[in-house]
Write a protein that binds this ligand. Sequence first.
Ligand SMILES: CC(C)(COP(=O)(O)OP(=O)(O)OC[C@H]1O[C@@H](n2cnc3c(N)ncnc32)[C@H](O)[C@@H]1OP(=O)(O)O)[C@@H](O)C(=O)NCCC(=O)NCCS
Length: 171
Amino acid sequence: MNEPQNNNENSVKPIYIRPIDHGDKAWVASLINEIWGSVQMVVRGSIYHVNELPGFIAILEDEPVGLVTYFLENGDCEIISLDSTIEGIGMGSTLIETIKKFAREEGCKRLRLITTNDNTKALRFWQKRGFRLKTVYPNAIDKSRELKPEIPLLGNDDIPIRDEIELEMIL
Ligand SMILES: CC(C)(COP(=O)(O)OP(=O)(O)OC[C@H]1O[C@@H](n2cnc3c(N)ncnc32)[C@H](O)[C@@H]1OP(=O)(O)O)[C@@H](O)C(=O)NCCC(=O)NCCS
């Protein structure tokens, strides 16, 4: 495992980041199920099985505590999921720095992701880390619900989940 990658003085213990390996699949599935209701994630009308995707895991005191997964296509690195089980200690930021570095090394020109209109916390998080709003897809979640009916009608802060919002970072 590499040197700890968070230099956050307020963090009690260091966070380590490593690629997902086969032995992590059960943990990845249970985390994604718990947070998103299913390992299937619908992004722009396509279904991704998050537990089958490559990605990076954040480790704190020998336990997995955070996850980012991605999909490489046409020179883009698309972030399919980012989840932190202990918020506010720098784990999300560390995972983003890791995937940014990885995408550059892979020769990607762009890092992109989709979030939903209710996820104001994520919109704040991504924009503070250099991502720009690219496109709004109004009512895209109607189509997503056809593929994944368990997507709730109301999301964060009881905001109706309706639209997909694409953010990007040019690398
Ligand atoms: C969005 C998400 C991934 C952020 O993860 P996180 O681990 O909390 O991220 P960080 O700790 O790096 O940053 C969160 C905030 O804590 C602050 N922070 C970091 N370390 C800190 C510390 N030691 N003390 C106090 N604050 C700290 C950061 O500055 C940041 O605030 P800012 O956005 O105003 O700059 C997380 O909220 C999450 O899992 N959300 C649910 C899933 C989700 O919506 N994912 C995104 C899908 S598009």
